[in-house]
Ligand binder design. Structure first.
Ligand code: UTP
Length: 414
């Protein structure tokens, strides 16, 4: 270990991160090993460049943004039945699996524990995971199949998630047969001076690398291989925090198959030009999502001859991909975006610092940054009140209260 330690110290000195070993002597032997392991895994050049990016002004890139074609599920008329029949056949032939991304930290909600374990306050007191599993089972049942369910966790919440499922008898699923857990990767958090943080346990403070980590996590953990073994071709990927998410949608699948595209996404109409959501578009001729922070005001407000927003198809993290597309998207690293978050940490002198506000950088990749790898993507507009009830904030918009209301209304609960 000594040889290793010398090498590690040299690396830390080179990148001015020597403080990472300040508390080393006070750690248990197990944690000493873990810390050294963590340090060896850090890509210090990447961390250095990510820190440098935090100092750069975000430049509006020189790209061409154009509206993207979409279809409205409500206005498919004769095609509705055609697409539905194609999708149903594929589902019955077990071509579909579902993935729930549950690796996020849910900092805005502030729930202690994985977000999927959160009880949104329905009379049944069902957790988000249970609400999702109810939907998935019911939808599968309709077509006489069990849709295999893949759950992405992070290092931070994996054990608690797996235990929660076990405590609930995996909601009727069978682990490693039709229920699979896999972990996404993490990146160290940094303070405003570019120093990597040490957490309360004396180890490097890491955070999940964003929902864009999904593609690499699926490939590296052998999940796409597993999906192929199960005979699947299509993968629905959604978030854990939309309690109305419809993971099995024959019409969406039918459209993707009929149009020979490798991906299809659902959108809901942007509530107003100022709503803080990303919208589907074409960026340099490729499918993309433009963030509300990036879209120029006049573009956000532009309407067509029917008075509809030209850039009005909100991305709701409900997308369907062909396995080949996932493997292609997982083969290239995505750019990282910086988030400024609140993080408790141990300073260089061993003091615990509990901040009042955001104090640390977290680096995240976004799932839609990979859409540029796709030749085309079919977009289908669905009704917000039927498919989108997100739980993001503790109170106000997109909170348990608003999600509960939407869920009750949709399910005709009083
Ligand atoms: P959000 O971007 O809303 O993040 O995630 P979050 O972690 O739930 O909440 P905040 O921002 O910390 O308050 C949207 C979906 O993507 C998943 C989340 O679990 C959620 O289902 N996600 C996000 C991941 O799986 N991994 C990540 O690294 C980030």
């Amino acid at each position: 270990m000594d040889e290793n330690l010398d090498e590690i110290k040299w690396t830390l000195k080179k990148y001015s991160q020597e403080h990472l070993l300040n508390g080393f002597d006070n750690l248990s032997e197990k944690n000493q090993k873990e810390l050294l392991h963590q340090i060896k895994d850090i890509d210090f050049d990447l961390m250095k460049s990510l820190y440098e990016n935090t100092k750069k002004e975000t430049k509006v890139e020189d790209f061409s943004i154009k509206p993207i074609d979409y279809v409205d599920k409500d206005k498919l008329y004769d095609n509705y039945k055609k697409y539905q029949a194609i999708g149903i056949e594929a589902i019955k032939n077990r071509k579909l699996v579902a993935v729930t991304m549950a690796g996020g930290q849910g900092t805005r909600l502030g729930h202690k524990g994985p977000k999927g374990t959160y009880d949104i306050g329905l009379e049944s007191h069902k957790s988000l995971f249970e609400l999702l599993s109810d939907g998935l089972k019911e939808q599968g049942h309709k077509y006489g199949v069990t849709i295999p369910w893949f759950i992405m966790t992070s290092k931070e919440n994996n054990d608690e998630t797996v235990q929660f499922f076990a405590k609930n008898r995996n909601f009727g699923y069978e682990k490693d047969k039709n229920l699979f857990f896999f972990k996404q990767e993490e990146l160290p958090m940094m303070d405003m001076e570019g120093k990597i943080l040490i957490g309360e346990d004396g180890l490097v403070k890491e955070a999940a690398n964003g929902h864009g980590g999904i593609y690499q996590a699926l490939v590296k953990n052998g999940m796409t291989k597993k999906m192929r073994e199960l005979g699947a071709e299509w993968v629905f990927i959604g978030g854990v925090d939309n309690c109305l998410v419809k993971m099995v949608d024959p019409v969406l699948m039918g459209i993707a198959i009929d149009k020979h595209v490798t991906a299809a996404g659902k959108s809901v109409v942007k509530a107003n030009p100022q709503e803080k959501v990303g919208v589907f578009c074409k960026k340099n001729g490729r499918p993309s999502v433009i963030e509300y922070t990036e879209i120029p005001k006049e573009m956000a407000e532009q309407v067509d001859s029917n008075g509809e927003l030209v850039y009005g198809e909100s991305h709701i993290l409900c997308n369907l991909f062909n396995i080949d597309a996932i493997e292609r998207m997982g083969s290239k690293p995505l750019p990282y975006h910086t988030a400024f978050k609140k993080a408790t940490y141990i300073d260089e002198n061993g003091n615990k610092i509990v901040p009042d506000g955001p104090n640390a950088y977290k680096f995240e990749a976004f799932l839609f940054d990979a859409f540029g790898e796709l030749d085309d993507m079919a977009i289908m507009r669905v009704k917000r009140e039927e498919e989108f009830a997100p739980v993001k904030n503790a109170t106000g918009t997109d909170s348990p209260e608003t999600a509960r209301e939407l869920y009750r209304k949709f399910n005709h609960l009083s």
